[in-house]
Structure formats: C-alpha cells, structure tokens
Ligand binder design. Sequence first.
Ligand code: ZN
Ligand code: FE
Length: 261
Amino acid sequence: MKNSLSILTVPAFDDNYLWIIHDGVSAVAVDPGDANAILHALEAHQLRLTAILLTHHHADHTGGVDALLAHQRVPVYGPARDGIRQVDHALHGGDVVRLDAPQWQLQVIDVPGHTAGHIAYYAEAQHWLFSGDTLFAGGCGRLFEGTAAQMLASLELLASLPDHTEVYCAHEYTLSNLRFALAAEPDNAALQDRMKSDTEKRTLGQPTVPSQIGLEKRTNPFLRSREPAVIATLIATGRMENRDDPVASFAALRNWKNHFA
Ligand code: ZN
Ligand code: FE
C-alpha cells in the first residue's frame, strides 16, 4: 500500500495548492477551493473522484465543493466544529478516516487556531501530513478564530510527527515566510540554506511544497519560539520582555509577522 498512492499538486487562485491523492483510478481531493482546477486534473489523469477532505471552512478551501458534488455525489469529510454545510462525515481529533477507493487511512489531528475547528490529516503509512492553513512551509496561518496558546499547541502537535513526514500545506507562501524567518533568526545556517534552495525552486517555477517536519523544526520560527536565538531577537527589538514564556514569544512572532513587509 505504501507506494500505491500518488499526489497531484493542483495550483489554484494566486497561491493555493489543492491536492489530489489517487491510486491511478480513484481520487480524493483535499481542500478543493476551485472545482474547475480539480475537474481538469481529474480528467487529464482519467481519475474518478471518490471523496473530499476538508481542513477548515475558508472559501479558498471549500469553494469548489458544491460544483464537485453536482458533478459527482461523494462523501465530504471535514471538521465537526467548523460549521461547514456540506460535511456529511464530521471529524474530531483522534478519529481515523478509512477509505476503500483508493485504499487509504488518515488520522485526524485537532489543530485549532487559524479557525476554531481546523483539523489536519496525517497518513502514517505514507508519512504525509495535510496541514491546511495551520503549518505552512516556513510559517503558520493567521489567528483568525483562536488564541496564540491554541495555535502554539497545534503546531507543536504537528512538530511531534516523525522528521521525514512530508508537509502538504495549502499555500505557496514560503519565500515571504522565509524572509520573515531570517529577520527573526538571521544566523540560522539551515534557514539560510533553505532560503537559497527554495528561492531557486521558485525561480524555476517549482513548488516549495511539500516540506518536511524535520526541516520545519530547524527553520520555521513558529516552531522555534522556545529557541534562545529567536527569543533574543524578540527581546532586542522590544517585542517581548519575559524570556520564559513560550506563548508570549509565539504571540510576539505572529503579531510581528502580521505587519512584516
Ligand atoms: Zn484559511
Ligand atoms: Fe487558505
């Protein structure tokens, strides 16, 4: 089963990635914000849609669901607590999604913060994580409906997955995230290397996603709010005072990033 599934990257809008996971015949769409992009990819690869997985309620992740359902009636899996009308398989953290076609199992992880009910999907057999707008390559989602403490806990839960886990996030925000990361931690050599290699990918028109959990732990400031070098920057720039408060340093980072040009 491990190698029988493939992932198609489906770019949509300005910077979204929609994901199609398939076995060559049957396909699952993750966060289909744009139905046409999904339908074109399904047709190009001669795949039949069998399920939709949603991470949270925002339109760029759910906007294509109605049109896809009109095209083909399939089950819609999504967070129980995010108020998504089309969800008919409501999920909570700890649930397991078992699909027959394609044959696939995913664990549901509760990751509130970006929205109140945001969930992530972890496919242990493939080492794939679908993190929606919670963990980005080099960054994290904005706090629209949750607190800094919630988001930090959510990110640390994702960071506890194996280092080689591939992170399929929902946006290509990486270079702007890494510019911010370098402001927060200018002397991080792994981060400097990542900026070089991801800049090269973008220059060639390639996605920087998926990332990997191990790389995120070494370079993503939002997974490094306990790191002395990050805390030192926050204190030196007057963004926080108490160095022993990881939630405060995470909140200071998130707030700084909101206004970072
Ligand atoms: Zn969102
Ligand atoms: Fe989004």
